[in-house]
Design a protein around this ligand. Structure first.
Ligand SMILES: Nc1ncnc2c1ncn2[C@@H]1O[C@H](COP(=O)(O)OP(=O)(O)OP(=O)(O)O)[C@@H](O)[C@H]1O
Ligand SMILES: [Mg+2]
Length: 147
């Protein structure tokens, strides 16, 4: 069996908010096709680690690479953020579109995709997440789970 490609590599990474160290010497590898769950108590650093994976935060020590690109190299930030999406805990802080369709379209429009291609992607992702019936719904009128 061929070894799958390494997409995310965290090497001896630490992170401090001001003088408080919240991640210490973290090592992690995620290969293409893998599903990985990071679990731990409240305040243990899961969200902080997530933010290191797409260059929202940079490690204080060590390194994070995404598909071979070091997150500290600002010239790769666009590529890194196309590879590592991040869904934060509070949906109200990250819904931008007036409708479900418009919200899904937002990042695709920013990437400059053709409208016909955006329409196809919206149809596909709403179908595979079971949200097709909500396509034209006002995003402020969704339930917590639907958001
Ligand atoms: N912006 C910040 N400034 C200072 N300290 C922070 C900041 N964000 C988080 N922290 C602290 O860093 C530690 C890790 O927080 P983090 O949000 O990564 O935890 P978490 O594992 O995601 O927790 P939860 O399960 O509650 O979501 C906590 O002690 C938290 O108080
Ligand atoms: Mg968290």
């Amino acid at each position: 069996m061929t070894k799958s490609r390494t997409l995310i590599e965290v090497k001896a990474a630490s992170y401090s908010y001001k003088n408080t160290k919240v991640l210490s010497d973290v090592n992690m590898t995620v290969n293409e096709g893998q599903f990985v769950a990071v679990i731990g108590p409240n305040g243990s650093g899961k969200s902080t680690l997530s933010k290191l994976l797409n260059a929202i935060l940079l490690p204080s020590e060590g390194a994070v690479t995404v598909d071979g690109h070091n997150t500290a190299d600002s010239s790769f930030v666009y590529e890194i953020r196309k590879t590592v999406g991040l869904v934060l805990q509070n949906p109200d802080n990250q819904i931008i579109g007036d409708t479900v369709e418009g919200d899904v379209a937002f990042s695709l429009e920013n990437m400059g995709l053709l409208p016909s291609w955006i329409d196809k992607i919206i149809t596909d992702v709403l179908s595979c997440t079971g949200l097709s019936d909500l396509r034209n719904k006002n995003s402020r009128e969704l339930s917590g789970g639907q958001k």
